[in-house]
Write a protein that binds this ligand. Structure first.
Ligand code: 2F8
Ligand code: CA
Length: 213
């Protein structure tokens, strides 16, 4: 009887073990390459992010410097504007014993004249001495002064609320009763030059700004 030859337990085909090992190595290498690529990508991203951040910080710094410079310039220009405004307002003023005087070159009502003086940091003139009365006459103009009896007929007051104690009315003045409540320089060639007239009449005017040295 022919004896059947026993086949040894199935062994891997020759070369199979080698193929498995090399596939494993290839997979590990691929994974390594992928990790490397990922790492490289992350490094590039981080670099770009940091670069952007620095650029932005630099730009913010530049903008802040520019803003500060512009603010400084605005302050300088504001001061310059105020100075020019003040100079243009003060260039026609006359300085006499403790006061600056301004006479207008246009005509307005008493109230509007007063407003103009107030805008110039002054008020209509208050005549408080004979010298001042004579000085105001030297302008040889019919000028509104800071005198009114609008509040109480016949009670003349200066614009600062003080009563008129010494007066320089022209002969026969004041004569306007309730129709003429504002005082002005009229007959400037004589010392007694004041007249009372309706406050709505248009006249030149004289402002006074007092100062203490
Ligand atoms: O004669 C004085 C008289 O002259 C004018 O009236 C005619 C004056 N009127 C005006 O200025 C509007 C009066 O106030 C003045 O008293
Ligand atoms: Ca009068």
């Amino acid at each position: 009887m022919e004896m059947r030859r026993m086949r040894p337990k199935e062994a891997p085909a020759p070369g199979t073990k080698f193929v498995k090992k090399s596939s494993y190595r290839a997979a590990v290498s691929l994974l390594g390459v992928l990790c490397l690529l990922l790492l490289t990508g992350l490094i590039i991203l981080a670099f770009l992010f940091i670069k952007d951040k620095f650029q932005m910080e630099e730009e913010v710094g530049n903008l802040k410097t520019e803003r500060d410079q512009l603010q400084k310039r605005v302050e300088e220009l504001t001061k310059e504007k105020e100075m020019i405004f003040r100079q243009s307002f003060m260039c026609n003023w006359v300085n006499v014993s403790g006061s600056f005087y301004f006479t207008s070159s246009e005509k307005k009502s008493w109230q509007e004249s007063r407003q103009d003086c107030v805008q110039r940091g002054a008020d209509l003139v208050i005549i408080s001495s004979q010298e001042e009365q004579n000085f105001v006459n030297t302008f040889k103009k019919r000028l509104w002064i800071g005198l009114t009896d609008s509040e109480t007929e016949g009670t003349w007051k200066w614009v600062d609320g003080t009563p008129m104690n010494t007066s320089y009315w022209n002969r026969g003045e004041p004569n306007g009763d309730k129709k003429e409540n504002c005082g002005h320089i009229d007959t400037y060639n004589s010392e007694n030059s004041w007249n009372d007239a309706p406050c709505s009449i248009l006249h030149f005017w004289i402002c006074e700004k007092r100062y203490s040295p």
